[in-house]
Ligand binder design. Structure first.
Ligand SMILES: Cc1cc2nc3c(=O)[nH]c(=O)nc-3n(C[C@H](O)[C@H](O)[C@H](O)COP(=O)(O)O)c2cc1C
Length: 229
């Protein structure tokens, strides 16, 4: 039930990019859906792998790149509709090679197509807001993590969301997404720590869930805040 003070009738598109339903990413996406519903959003959960989305760009979606009025495939038009219907988009994904996985990248490549997401004086996605919730295997103490965060911010916010007219893009990187902490030492050796177990494991994932939820709550709070004058 939407709460009285919630943004009733607003729609959130949660895009989940993972192949395993029992992954931490899928678990985080499910919790994100619940959090958004608690905040009064109608949620459209797009599980890219379960829906069989093919991330490969193809001729049907790009018959002629330079034509803004080109017809898109039925599949992509259905995804464009879901994107247009959303007030906010939350992408939940594992960080792969300091970027998004191919499944999510392919969704952006195919659906955020020229003439739809960009290439118009008033982009059709203008004013929408997006949260990128990226789970990373690196630990929070790993010196690599800060650079990864900066890289994702540049790529996802500047390179994609703001380029397509989104009014807000937030990258929330969630490190420590693996139970065996891994890092590279100064000599380039891979260090793999002990897996957490028992009560420690409960606490570990409880803390992970809290960090993920905090990211969603803070993202929603920006919208609730009065506009600056
Ligand atoms: C192909 C691949 C590339 C990865 N690249 C990175 C990376 O660049 N940085 C990082 O911190 N973790 C990286 N990881 C670790 C994943 O981010 C991590 O395993 C995942 O977030 C754990 O969530 P899951 O259990 O839902 O898959 C990579 C994992 C795979 C399989």
């Amino acid at each position: 039930m939407p709460q009285p003070s919630s943004p009733a009738a607003r729609t959130a598109l949660v895009v989940m990019a993972h192949h395993r339903a029992d992954s931490l990413t899928a678990h985080t996406a499910r919790r994100t859906v619940s959090r958004l519903e608690d905040a009064g959003f109608r949620v459209d959960l797009l599980d890219l792998h379960a829906e069989g989305f093919d991330p490969r760009m193809n001729v049907a979606d790009q018959p002629e790149w330079g034509d803004r009025e080109k017809p898109y495939s039925d599949e992509v038009r259905a995804h464009m509709r879901r994107l247009l219907d959303a007030d906010v988009v939350v992408a939940v994904f594992p960080v792969y090679w300091q970027s998004v996985p191919a499944l999510l990248k392919g969704w952006i490549d195919r659906v955020w197509n020229y003439g739809f997401a960009y290439g118009r004086s008033k982009p059709r996605l203008a004013g929408k807001r997006i949260l990128w919730l990226g789970l990373a295997g690196a630990t929070s103490e790993d010196p690599m993590t800060e650079g990864m965060r900066a890289l994702l911010e540049t790529n996802l916010s500047e390179g994609i969301a703001y380029y397509c007219g989104f009014s807000q893009s937030t990258v929330a990187l969630l490190p420590d997404a693996e139970e065996r902490p891994q890092s590279i030492d100064a000599d380039g050796n891979l260090l793999v720590g002990e897996a957490v177990a028992g009560a420690e494991r409960e606490a570990y994932y409880g803390e992970f869930d809290r960090r993920a939820e905090k990211a969603v709550v803070e993202f929603l709070a920006v919208e609730a805040a009065p506009a600056a004058v």
